[in-house]
Ligand binder design. Structure first.
Ligand SMILES: O=C(O)CCC(=O)C(=O)O
Ligand SMILES: [Fe+2]
Length: 295
């Protein structure tokens, strides 16, 4: 940026912050060995980043193939949960059992396991914090959602929420938590997809509690943006942002959207195993899904 002092031009460096402010909200970044100052500034300001083509078309296909194999295995075993965390079972377009939320996926899919531990994501790992690890055996492990708009689906969309409910219940403002998503479909507005309200990660405690009705409200917000993705993209979004998943305007297989979330953790490890108890909120969720499926 050129400035003038007494008619003598002076070069002042455009700060990364200013540069990031000028970038359009639909900017697609490239993931390098480190997060650039501009990317940091964009994330601080808006609460999200989109990195294009973080995984290849071959990797996308390999993961999708693994999902079929994992589902087949789980059907054969009559598997309902992993480590106390329920698998979301819905029905596909033919009324056949269909996994709509895989958990601990890296323990079942060698392709996913390889991808989530790959060096190319080190920059994202370092962005989360020091000594960040992939929580393959913790919380819900690597989670993969399959949203689909068919009659037997129990996961067509997801209402407005932030991911900081646990902290809010403890009456404290959640710290920054970054959700790292990998995307396996080309998603435009007609495909539903992730909608978020930029900047709401900096809202106060009360707004984070009450600005919208958690999970019940699906109404489009004038300030929301849709996160367009191409298969292979990686997104980072601050869990304190208000976000939702819109239902696809299409039906059948054409409405299928996959989103995979990698738990990058920095807190003390709390590994789950087959003896782990089902958390209370998962029990409520199970009841709600059962009601949905039987109505
Ligand atoms: O599918 C997505 O991209 C977002 C899902 C989500 O917000 C969640 O599972 O909390
Ligand atoms: Fe979420």
């Amino acid at each position: 940026m050129a400035d003038t002092i007494m008619n003598i031009p002076v070069e002042t460096n455009t700060s990364a912050e200013e540069a990031a402010t000028d970038l359009p909200l639909n900017t697609r970044f490239t993931l390098g060995p480190e997060i650039t100052p501009e990317q940091h500034a964009f994330l601080d300001k808006h609460g999200f980043l989109i990195f294009e083509q973080a995984i290849s078309a071959e990797e996308v296909s390999a993961v999708l193939r693994d999902l079929d194999a994992v589902q087949e295995k789980w059907i054969a075993e009559g598997r309902k949960m992993n480590n106390g965390v329920p698998i979301f079972w819905g029905k596909d377009e033919d009324g056949q059992p269909f996994v709509q939320r895989f958990n601990f996926l890296s323990k079942f899919s060698p392709t996913v396991d390889k991808i989530v531990h790959d060096k190319r994501f080190d920059a994202v790992k370092n962005l989360i914090g020091k000594n960040t690890r992939v929580g393959s055996d913790e919380r819900d492990g690597v989670v993969l959602n399959r949203f689909m708009n068919v009659p037997g689906s129990i996961y067509k969309r997801l209402g407005w929420h932030t991911d900081g409910l646990r902290d809010l219940f403890l009456l404290r403002m959640p710290k920054r938590m970054l959700n790292v998503g990998l995307h396996y479909n080309d998603i435009g507005p007609e495909d539903g997809g992730l909608r978020l309200i930029p900047g709401t990660h900096n809202q106060g405690f009360l707004k984070m509690c009450f600005a919208k009705l958690y999970f019940l409200s699906h109404k489009a917000d004038p300030n929301e943006i849709m996160v367009r993705t191409k298969a292979g993209d990686l997104t980072v979004h601050d869990g304190r942002l208000w976000h939702r998943v819109e239902c696809s305007a299409k039906t059948g297989r054409a409405s299928l959207r996959h989103s995979m979330y990698v738990p990058y953790l920095t807190d003390a490890p709390l590994v789950k195993d087959a003896k782990s108890r089902t958390a209370f909120y998962h029990q409520i969720g199970r009841l709600l899904r059962w009601l949905k499926g039987s109505l």
